[in-house]
Design a protein around this ligand. Structure first.
Ligand code: PRT
Ligand code: MG
Length: 216
């Protein structure tokens, strides 16, 4: 029987480095060295499974529209994307960190509008709204730590791991928005139309990372 080709989208960077050993233990590996190549698409040892390497922020979009059947990316990216079009069956527990608000110390919480700079504008909008705080959001694509120092914003929403990056810029973490780790996501339609293959991939990864979630 010829099986339909399944595409698994991986996020480049630390999530990729931490995903590959899990996939290998699950019996899935690229047939060439990803890091020694400029290619973004790789065949695997499984004939009907290929890998594509994307920016983490793009993984939910590819999976939402079915361009990739499965994906691995940070929960931060899923929260920002909104979660439409896919299931999230597994927590891989890799690349752990926290989404937090941060600011310069000794700055009073403003009772009128707080200016917040972040690449996570949707996450920030929801979080401050839930706290009943008025915000003006400024979208950035990196170097959020500079924004309060250069008076672009009062606060930032960013990823914190050790806290060293904040400390190096004289900033302090304030509120925890979410604990983050990388998740396996699956296109909802692929889960139905290609159940046998997709379910087998989910199960082989679940056997490596353990299950937090009910089977879907
Ligand atoms: O362009 P983009 O950043 O999306 O991709 P990238 O290729 O640079 O990926 P990479 O390696 O940054 O990985 C991004 C994903 O890893 C995020 O979506 C998170 O799910 C996860 N992750 C885990 C982190 C961190 N830890 C982390 N420490 N992503 C980013 N950081 C950065 C953070 O932005 C901040 O600048 O590290 C700094 C904070 O770290 P500490 O240890 O100084 O607090
Ligand atoms: Mg990065």
């Amino acid at each position: 029987m010829v099986l339909h080709m399944v595409t698994l989208a991986l996020s480049k960077g630390r999530v990729l480095r931490e995903s590959l050993p899990i996939l290998r233990e699950a019996g899935i590996f690229p047939v060439e060295d990803i890091f020694g190549s400029r290619k973004l698409m790789f065949a695997t040892n499984i004939q009907h499974l290929r890998l594509v390497i994307l920016r983490g922020v793009d993984v939910p979009t590819y999976v939402q529209f079915g361009a990739a059947d499965l994906g691995i990316t940070g929960k931060d990216q899923l929260l920002e994307h909104g979660g439409e079009g896919y299931y999230e069956p597994l927590d891989l527990k890799i690349a752990p960190c926290r989404l937090m608000t941060a600011a310069l110390p000794f700055v009073e919480v403003s009772f009128d509008r707080t200016v917040v700079a972040t690449k996570y504008v949707n996450v920030a909008r929801r979080f401050y709204a839930e706290m009943g705080r008025q915000t003006e959001l400024i979208k950035l694509y990196g170097a959020m730590e500079l924004a309060p120092i250069l008076d672009l914003s009062d606060e930032i929403v960013d990823i914190v791991d050790t806290g060293n990056t904040l400390a190096a810029h004289g900033l302090v973490a304030k509120k925890l928005i979410a604990n983050v780790s990388s998740r396996l996501i699956v296109n909802k339609i692929a889960m139905k139309t290609n159940f046998r293959v997709v379910d087998e991939i989910i199960n082989s990864i679940r056997n490596v990372v353990g299950s937090d979630y009910e089977a879907i």
